[in-house]
Design a protein around this ligand. Structure first.
Ligand SMILES: Nc1ncnc2c1ncn2[C@@H]1O[C@H](COP(=O)(O)OP(=O)(O)OP(=O)(O)O)[C@@H](O)[C@H]1O
Ligand SMILES: [Mg+2]
Length: 506
């Protein structure tokens, strides 16, 4: 194998943050090189520098031994570098092939170009095992399919070094397997893949080498086969990490949330929830297990007032909140950790402190009459930023400048600090590092111990099993059965996730 990339002594300073501190990183042809590190360690920044989105404060980049100045993504692409971002950048209203050729210079008539491009997209899909239909609208594609479009787009532009920034964070286990198939195809044909993930199992499964970043510095580069998951975790955080969480036995109290025969449609007008009835009591976590896209999103939206139920009743305590407004439901003590932090959870162009009072800026102590009490807002934000360990120089940073995992921590800080009666958490640890996951799990257990009812939606079965008192399995909008955690049989859950109903209900 030959070295294709060398990044030498890369330093990147942002106001108040040393995001990369003298980092050396290299990659070989045909290699999968994993980049690992805590939230805010500097992984995305280093890759944004390689892709020409940022200029390093100092340091040098060599491609195949030749020094290069990557002044823009255009230059990166010309040098055979492609990047699939942590948050996708496709245009939903356009077709796959239109997205693929978007921004490229056209030499011929538009129609001819589309036909030609579609043929080339088909070619690439066949060659690398990337199943995509060039003529479908991106807005109609699943997350996994959109990601394949991003990869095709990079390959179409001639990428032989591909950067994948947390590609699996949004994928189902099956889609992850498919992606790994694609990565193996790529490396078998000499491509180099830089793979960022917080999931140590995945890093172990797919990478040849791992480089670990900690607080902007590269602490080690090792052959993956020579390290254990535990050692990798220790490199990342600099101390021992626990992998298990205590769930102390608690006696559940009064019902907090009750759903009675709920039905609702999805965005396409198709029935997404069918006759869903469930109850969650104080001091209880109900986990919703299921393959992504089986009604979980609609369920959460109905509970939070973001989607109309066409039938049935939602009760918060003894108040009927069916189709009530999101604000009313929030005011009645519901906190919501949404699935999509960038679209629903945060206003990216606002500061951290503004985001932290998004639900209650209009109430005391944050406002008096028509005036906002900025001192109170600032003190409150500083407290939360400290308590939830949001890594940032100050509370006036724009939310978009936080690292992905720290954006998630900011949402948690806002939602959990309201001392909710009901916590609706959808994929609460997506994109978080192992230390932060442990922290969030502890926080959820604290809410439970405090008396809150928790609805936890996750596609990560380990997470569901370690936090839930009872587990409901959802399939095509129907609850297949509800099991008490202590009587769970993984095989049975698997069957239920595939649509086999359970007869006895816990
Ligand atoms: N444009 C920017 N302006 C100011 N600070 C920034 C900017 N981009 C990144 N940072 C800061 O640089 C640091 C490193 O961020 P980066 O996004 O590289 O982390 P990461 O390792 O990718 O983390 P995560 O796992 O959470 O995605 C963070 O403290 C972040 O807030
Ligand atoms: Mg990142």
């Amino acid at each position: 194998m030959s070295t294709v990339l060398e990044m030498k002594n890369i330093t990147k300073k942002f106001p108040g943050v040393l995001a990369n501190d003298n980092v050396c990183f290299s990659a070989d042809s045909g290699e999968v090189h994993a980049l690992l590190g805590e939230n805010g360690a500097g992984k995305t920044t280093l890759m944004n520098i390689l892709y020409g989105l940022y200029q390093p404060t100092s340091g040098e980049i060599y491609l195949k031994g030749r020094k290069v100045e990557i002044t823009s993504p255009k230059v990166a692409i010309e040098n055979g570098i492609g990047m699939v971002h942590q948050h996708f950048m496709l245009i939903p209203a356009l077709s796959v092939v239109e997205n693929v050729i978007l921004g490229m210079r056209q030499r011929r008539g538009a129609f001819l170009a589309i036909d030609e491009a579609a043929a080339k997209v088909k070619d690439l899909s066949a060659r690398y095992g990337l199943a995509v239909d060039p003529h479908r609208k991106v807005g109609d594609l699943s997350v996994g399919e959109r990601q394949r479009v991003e990869i095709v787009k990079a390959l179409y532009r001639g990428a032989d070094l591909l950067i994948l920034d947390e590609p699996t964070a949004v994928l189902t286990p099956q889609e992850t397997d498919e992606l790994f198939g694609v990565i193996r195809h790529l490396t078998a044909q000499g491509h180099t893949v830089i793979f960022i993930s917080h999931k140590l199992n995945e890093v172990k499964a797919i990478s040849d080498r791992v480089t670990v970043l900690r607080q902007g510095r590269a602490v080690t580069t090792v052959k993956t086969s020579r390290v254990s998951k535990e050692e990798l975790a220790r490199f990342m955080v600099g101390k021992e990490v626990l992998f298990d969480i205590e769930r102390e036995p608690l006696e559940p109290g009064a019902p907090v949330l009750r759903l009675d025969q709920i039905e609702a449609d999805n965005d396409l007008g198709l029935r997404a929830l069918k006759n869903v009835s469930l109850e969650i009591r104080q001091r209880e976590v109900l986990g919703i297990a299921g393959v992504d896209g089986n009604g979980q999103r609609e369920l959460v939206e109905v509970i939070c007032g973001l989607r109309k139920a066409s039938r049935g009743t939602v009760w918060l305590g003894d108040i009927d909140v069916t189709n009530a407004s999101p604000r009313r439901i929030t005011e009645l003590g519901t906190a919501h950790i949404p699935e999509d932090r960038q679209a629903r959870g945060l206003v990216l162009t606002m500061t951290l402190k503004e985001n932290l009072v998004l639900h209650d800026y209009y109430r005391p102590p944050f406002s008096r009459g028509h005036f906002l009490n900025w001192k109170e807002i600032r003190d409150h934000s500083r407290r939360l930023i400290r308590e939830f360990d949001v890594r940032t120089p100050h509370e006036d940073l724009l939310a978009k400048n936080l690292s992905g995992g720290n954006q998630q921590k900011l949402i948690l800080a806002r939602e959990l600090s309201s001392q909710p009666q009901l916590l609706v958490a959808m994929h609460p640890t997506r994109g978080l590092d192992v230390g932060a996951i442990e922290y969030v799990h502890r926080k959820i257990m604290e809410q439970r111990a405090r008396g809150a009812a928790v609805l936890l939606v996750s596609t990560d079965l380990d997470e569901i099993l370690s936090l839930s008192d009872r587990i409901a399995v959802i399939y095509e909008g129907e609850i297949m059965g509800i099991l008490a955690n202590h009587q769970v049989d993984i095989g049975e859950i698997g069957l239920m996730m595939a649509g086999v109903k359970k007869t006895a209900v816990a």
